[in-house]
Design a protein around this ligand. Structure first.
Ligand code: DGY
Length: 323
């Protein structure tokens, strides 16, 4: 009988039920919220790769060469995420292991959060909340003066599905939207009325830089000192992609020397962000703990889709969404 190994014990129950259609489901007693980005121990993944036919994982669970080398029975890794930077996809392919993910279903949730973060940092919402709770809300006028969105330029870096959904939303706020992406998308430019610009132009002219890039070996630390040096003085930086797209030290410098007016970050190079981190000491930074897709309906759909990928793979030879 097939064995399907799931690294979390509290995913929506419909997921485990679906997986039972194709095998015996083994569940790791993870214990905390399944949506924690703390990965399960390497030995657990190695053991599962050796004994099981399918692995269902979440971000933070690192399926690297070492795990894949142990894959004796493993045929598919299905992640409950769109991002696959925690999986060595190329090596998996070489080892004959399929990789599946959950695109599309989280696009709106992540775009909603990106816009929420943008407004939160532009209008100092999180700071206002903090000041009230700490009994420091008065006088508010100086420290809580934000900036308008209307008429401002938003530069989206990475125009995948999430980037497009962010663009749609920002246009509704009366913002001008430009983008840079590895692949130009004339059909989206035409449909939405947004403009492609070179990256340097985007950085030097945008009031809000919104990062929605995928993390790949080529985009690791994409935002380095040089790129932050090109950003328009007084711009805001929003990241809903991956933390490792950004050199955090360079971001901190840009914030501390005032080049950036603020940043709003859902993702970090190390997650969870260690307590007392320098980013958490800055009043002009809004932080959320990788909750881009954390809406009940979206996460349920992601969990189901990860299971459907496994079921489709064993029934037809192909997951619904192969990477
Ligand atoms: C993803 O799907 O890649 C998100 O970052 C996790 O929710």
């Amino acid at each position: 009988m097939r064995c399907v190994f799931v690294t979390r014990d509290r995913f929506p129950s419909s997921m485990y039920k679906k997986l039972e259609e194709v095998g015996r489901v083994e569940v790791y007693p993870y214990g905390e919220s399944p949506w924690s980005t703390r990965g399960v121990p390497k030995e657990v993944l190695i053991d599962a790769a050796r004994r099981c036919d399918a692995l269902v994982i979440y971000i933070g669970d690192l399926v690297d060469k070492e795990v894949l080398d142990a894959a004796e029975r493993l045929k598919i890794v299905s992640t409950v995420s769109v991002g696959v930077d925690h999986i060595d996809v190329e090596y998996a392919k070489r080892r004959g292991v399929a990789v599946a993910h959950t695109p599309y279903v989280l696009v709106d949730a992540v775009a909603d959060l990106a816009v929420g973060l943008l407004i939160a940092v532009a209008r100092k919402i999180a700071l206002g909340d903090r000041l009230i709770r700490e009994g420091r809300a008065s006088p508010v006028w100086g420290s809580l003066m934000g900036v308008d969105l209307k008429g401002k330029r938003a530069g989206i870096v990475g125009l995948g599905n999430i980037g497009v959904a962010v663009a749609r939303r920002l246009l509704a706020f009366g913002m001008e939207v430009v983008y840079w992406s590895r692949r130009r998308k004339p059909e989206v430019e035409f449909a939405l009325g947004i403009k492609y610009v070179e990256l340097d132009e985007l950085l030097s002219t945008s009031d809000f830089v919104v990062v929605a890039l995928a993390l790949t070996p080529e985009t690791e630390r994409f935002f380095d000192r040089e790129k932050f040096g090109k950003v328009k003085r007084g711009a805001f930086f929003i990241n809903v992609g991956r933390g490792r797209l950004v050199d955090t030290e360079a971001l901190l410098e840009a914030l501390e020397d005032g080049r950036l007016a603020g940043a709003a970050l859902d993702v970090f190079d190390v997650e969870p962000l260690p307590p007392g981190h320098r980013l958490a000491k800055l009043d002009n930074v809004v932080l959320t703990p990788h909750i881009g897709s954390a809406a009940v309906e979206t996460r349920e759909r992601m969990a189901e889709l990860a299971a459907e990928n496994v079921v489709a793979f064993f029934r037809t030879g192909k997951p619904l969404y192969a990477v």
